[in-house]
Design a protein around this ligand. Structure first.
Ligand SMILES: Nc1ncnc2c1ncn2[C@@H]1O[C@H](COP(=O)(O)OP(=O)(O)OP(=O)(O)O)[C@@H](O)[C@H]1O
Ligand SMILES: Nc1nc2c(ncn2[C@@H]2O[C@H](COP(=O)(O)O)[C@@H](O)[C@H]2O)c(=O)[nH]1
Length: 183
């Protein structure tokens, strides 16, 4: 077996990255390394599943201590991956997955090369809107996601795997195949 690998789920906002990543991670026994964020949890998000939610003060203190491998500013909020959490599974010989925007995905790729596999998920804009409305996402967040779409979708050209997430079972099958091609 090669690796261990860091599988990076990236793509257009609202494309289903979290849903697909958690399903595949659970099925294949790949560990989720959560990002830290200063943004508050949304009503639709179970506590502690998607992020470590922390205050801005704590985020900035961690940043000053050099604890993050990468950080991003999105809107007014901060996001970051803690180096020691990312490398714990890797050092112990286990694969890990993270969910990042294109900026974070590029940084990890630059730093860790072939150990990083980027899986780009996308759907068309109308589907993003429909799914997020159904999920009960606030209108301002949906509008922000849709506003980012054109800028985000071009990153697919740089990713190792590109999946259009229209049908859950088909996407899961494509991602399973993509991941297994590295193992
Ligand atoms: N293949 C699919 N078919 C139908 N609905 C889906 C599919 N994949 C995901 N969804 C639904 O779309 C919604 C958005 O998915 P999810 O929150 O996983 O997206 P995301 O890309 O992680 O969003 P974010 O940009 O907030 O990180 C959820 O309600 C999810 O259940
Ligand atoms: N570069 C990073 N991007 C991250 C990180 N954690 C999440 N994200 C991405 O941010 C946006 C916004 O997420 P939302 O949950 O607030 O809607 C989305 O694209 C995430 O994938 C991170 O640590 N670094």
């Amino acid at each position: 077996m090669a690796g261990p690998f860091i599988f990076v789920f990236t793509g257009t906002s609202g494309s289903g990255r979290k849903t697909i990543a958690h399903r595949i991670g659970e099925e294949l026994g790949i560990e989720h390394v959560l990002s830290y964020t200063t943004r508050p949890p949304r009503d639709t998000e179970p506590p502690d599943r998607d992020y470590h939610y922390i205050t801005r003060e704590r985020f900035e203190a961690m940043e000053r201590c050099g604890e993050f491998v990468e950080t991003a500013v999105i809107g007014r909020e901060r996001y970051g991956l803690r180096t020691q959490e990312l490398f714990k599974p890797i050092q112990e010989g286990r694969h890990a997955y993270v969910i990042l925007n294109s900026e974070g995905a590029s940084i990890l790729k630059r730093l860790y090369g072939e150990q990083v596999v980027r899986l780009f998920l996308y759907v068309d804009k109308r589907t993003v809107k429909e799914r997020l409305e159904t999920k009960g996402m606030p209108v301002d967040v949906i509008d922000r996601y849709l506003g980012l779409y054109t800028e985000e979708v071009v990153y697919r050209k740089q990713c190792e795997h590109v999946i259009e997430n229209m049908t859950m079972n088909r996407s899961l099958e494509q991602i399973r195949t993509a991941i297994q091609s590295h193992l």
